[in-house]
Design a protein around this ligand. Structure first.
Ligand code: SAM
Ligand code: SF4
Ligand code: SF4
Length: 341
């Protein structure tokens, strides 16, 4: 068993978010609202063998959960090949993926065959016109087909919904009912002021308390589920047994228990979603650093980690979008779609 590596606040490193591409086939208004983007150079994108080498170093340091994300992970060519390689590693106890679902119907079987354990599909609306406005693509049907294809193949399918006031906050009950109908657990996410969310404002955040009130009005008593977990979602039960979650990342950040870090598709490692500086693991890898050297780079970065990005944002009095567009253009690593959600 690897020894547990903890940071300055005694938080272990357990959870690796692996962005396999910065590219995406949607343009969600809360993530990629701009007309154009600066992409990571293709030659910098890690090959699967390089990702595997890095994952092995992280496994040595105690990571046991890996989540593939992006950009849109399913636009990465041959993704099931990488999944099969990761699934062969018994130390990866939980191998999951977050996807927008557009390409899921075609790939669900191959992903399951490759050994992917769990899938989360991001779905913010059930209305085609709204989907088009929110994502700038006419793909709601494809996402729904993806969910239908994935539901029987993956246990515990989850649906993540970013709730934005005046955009989709009138669909909380519809999402719960949809989740019920396809056997998926819905998780409502508070709108975050992360890089890329250049249209963010506090008024557009629907706080968890308000979501709970609205759901109680519609469904009756909402009871918190008592469970010990480092997962960001607090879970609740409706009187008919339906479970759902709320990720109160803006009004009630969970930095105190944060065991996750993010590797971008070009091998930059970020210790916090809000972090501005990353560790360049690609450069180390490509200059021939061995496992021991890479391990000690990662270990010393984690040992000195003091990140509490969302808590620090919460403490600010005047709060607006985190990063101006010209700064994002100069360093695309600051984008949410580059470091993964
Ligand atoms: N493209 C995939 C998808 O959308 O599921 C994976 C990458 S996406 C960056 C990961 C998650 O981040 C999605 O569930 C998305 O809704 C969430 N996300 C992006 N921007 C957000 C924001 N400003 N506030 C809250 N969640 C956000
Ligand atoms: Fe939307 Fe995910 Fe693409 Fe961002 S990365 S635009 S959240 S689908
Ligand atoms: Fe973790 Fe940073 Fe998110 Fe806090 S803001 S939960 S430290 S990633």
């Amino acid at each position: 068993m690897p020894s547990v590596l903890v940071d300055q606040y005694q938080r272990p490193l357990r959870n690796l978010r692996l962005s396999v591409t910065d590219r995406c086939n949607l343009r969600c208004s809360y993530c990629m609202p701009e007309p154009e983007y600066v992409w990571l150079p293709r030659g910098d994108i890690l090959q699967f063998e390089e990702i595997e080498r890095l994952v092995d170093v992280f496994l040595d340091l105690g990571v046991d959960k890996v989540r593939l994300t992006g950009g849109e992970p399913l636009v990465r060519h041959d993704l099931p090949v990488l999944i099969a390689a990761l699934a062969r590693r018994p130390r990866v106890r939980d191998l999951a993926m977050t996807t927008n679902g557009v390409l899921l119907a075609d790939q669900a079987q191959a992903l399951a065959d490759a050994g992917l354990h769990r899938v989360t599909v991001s779905l913010d609306t059930l209305r085609p016109d709204r989907f088009r406005d929110l994502t700038r693509a006419d793909d709601l049907d494809r996402v729904l087909q993806g969910i239908a294809a994935a539901a029987p193949l993956f246990r515990g399918l989850k649906l993540d919904t970013v709730v934005i006031r005046g955009v989709n906050d009138d669909e909380l009950d519809a999402m719960i009912e949809f989740g019920r109908s396809c056997g998926a657990e819905v998780r409502f996410i508070e709108y975050m002021d992360v890089g890329g969310a250049t249209h963010w404002s506090l008024e557009r955040v629907v706080p968890r308390t308000e979501m709970l009130e609205r759901l109680a009005q519609r469904f009756g008593p909402v009871v918190p589920v008592d469970e010990a977990s480092s997962a960001p979602a607090d879970r609740y039960r409706l009187s008919d047994g339906t479970l759902f979650g709320i990720i109160a990342s803006t009004t009630s950040p969970f930095c105190a228990d944060c065991d996750r870090a993010r590797l971008t598709a070009d091998g930059m490692w970020y210790l916090c979603l809000y972090g501005t500086a990353g560790l360049d693991l690609r450069r180390a890898l490509r200059r021939g650093a061995d496992t021991e050297e890479m391990g000690s780079m990662i270990r010393s970065a984690w040992l000195s980690r003091r990140d509490r990005g969302a808590e620090e944002r919460l403490a600010l009095r005047d709060r607006a979008a985190l990063i101006p567009v010209d700064t994002l253009r100069r360093d695309p690593h600051l984008e949410m779609h580059t470091r993964g959600g």
